[in-house]
Ligand binder design. Structure first.
Ligand code: ATR
Length: 281
């Protein structure tokens, strides 16, 4: 039985074991997946012990994604861009591959939801709120999805501009600014706007003070956070015609990508997503 883990601190709340166990069951693979609580100053030692015990791979969550990237011997372009990893693969020869599947998971979920609106990612522009770790984890995937343009708006303007410059450096047309900047400043005329909240404001029950015109231009609003109820950000949108999504799909699709990295096989993420949604309620 191949063993995989999710490492974090805290970790008790993680739904990754349920997700990966369901993936393995779908494909009839004998796979064991467990939560591992690493001490805040003991990530490297925890990984070494897991590798020695024959564990084949790990998902990594808060606060260890930067350390996970640092201990890898090879990495994907997404991990390279973010300087952070959520997926490690421990190879038999001792090498460690780092990937960051968060952005790819987000883009799979966005593409799925856009399809129901008759749209593709490469037709759209993205307005991303936030410029921290969650935001930078998604930029390489937006580039992969060939979106028309990325606007990064952040409470701290300098961080938005810096992330946009780094996006441009990988050939993704991008611009950064303050939260109250109107779309007329940045938008690509004609390209539908997808709003993605990558800020951690929902954790504090806050809603980012975005210029209201963005909502007029949007075809889809996506919050990376998820909860049993709509997030504060979703609740702040009072237009019943505007599709709004939480980030539970992103969680399941990033897991699907990690599962593909480890096993080379792809489970049906939507089947698992509906089960995970039930678990959340
Ligand atoms: P994460 O890994 O979740 O991205 P982070 O790297 O600390 O965490 O980044 C948090 C992001 O949420 C930042 O963009 C932060 O804005 P600042 O750069 O100005 O700090 C944003 N954020 C957090 N709380 C917010 C709030 N109440 N309103 C708007 N933005 C907020």
């Amino acid at each position: 039985q191949d063993r995989y883990v999710v490492i974090g601190n805290p970790i008790a709340h993680s739904m990754s074991p349920a997700i990966h166990t369901d993936f393995a069951a779908q494909l009839g693979l004998p796979l064991q997946y467990q939560r591992v609580l690493a001490p805040l100053n003991g990530f490297t030692q925890t990984v070494a012990a897991l590798k020695a015990a024959g564990v084949k791979g790990a998902n990594v969550t808060v606060p260890f994604k930067l350390e996970a990237f640092a201990l890898a011997t090879e990495c994907s372009p997404a991990a390279q861009f973010a300087q952070a990893a959520n997926t490690l693969k421990f190879n038999a020869d001792g090498t460690v591959l780092a990937d960051n599947t968060d952005g790819g998971g987000l883009c799979r979920d966005l593409a799925r939801q856009l399809k129901t609106l008759g749209l593709r990612m490469d037709q759209c522009q993205v307005l991303m709120i936030g410029a921290g770790g969650a935001a930078s984890g998604c930029v390489a995937a937006f580039q992969d999805s060939s979106i028309q343009h990325l606007t990064v708006l952040n409470r701290t303007v300098g961080k938005a501009r810096e992330l946009a410059e780094r996006a441009e450096a990988i050939d993704l047309p991008a611009a950064g600014g303050a939260l109250d900047t109107p779309p007329s400043h940045f938008e690509i005329p004609g390209a539908p706007v997808v709003i993605v909240n990558a800020s951690s404001s929902s954790l504090k029950g806050d809603v980012p003070a975005l210029h209201p015109d963005w909502y007029e231009r949007a075809v889809l609003v996506y919050d990376m956070m998820y909860a049993a109820e709509p997030t504060p950000f979703m609740q702040s949108i009072h237009n019943p015609e505007l599709p709004c999504s939480d980030g539970l799909g992103m969680l399941v699709f990033q897991a699907q990508l990690a599962f593909e990295v480890w096993t080379g096989q792809s489970p049906n993420a939507l089947v698992t997503l509906s089960k995970v949604r039930q678990m959340l309620l």
